[in-house]
Design a protein around this ligand. Sequence first.
Ligand code: MG
Length: 192
Amino acid sequence: MMPEDHSRVGVGFDIHRLVEGRRLVLGGVVVPYEKGLLGHSDADVVLHALTDAILGAAAMPDIGEMFPDTDPRYRDADSRELLTEVVNKVAMRGLSVGNTDVVVHAEAPKLSAHKRDMIGTIAKLLGVPAECVSVKAKTNEGFGAIGCGDAIACTAVVLLVRRSEPQLPARSTRTEAGAHRLPPYEGGMKGG
Ligand code: MG
């Protein structure tokens, strides 16, 4: 059993290769760029790191175990749905997000114009005010795969807090009926 009144911290990291012919999705926001991230799902490296940070804080199986890329159900998955599912899972344990701090490691594109959108989108997905979400963008000063523009990575830290009242699942976007309440990204996941 988890201690009753303790906050729990979690860290998540993810990295994806940047390739041509894919849409770039970061923090649930489509960012116009000549390349996108390669991956089984929409390859949203920010939401993957964030999801893993939440799972880590709850000491639950990580994103790769929970949503295996060998499972066709998660082919071209919308990472917003996976994050929502995880938020609901920890809510059922009486835990909810207190705040999160996210660092996107990207040489390009410049993300300053998209940060506000990313913060708003992440806040909505987590069910917290925008003041509880921080998104920072850092270049890699030209070093390594990230510095060469071959990859984008993300580090996320999340604080989970135990609410006094047990929480019911806030919402589900991956329901048995397959109802998707989030609007799909225009043109699907493949990018182009
Ligand atoms: Mg990933």
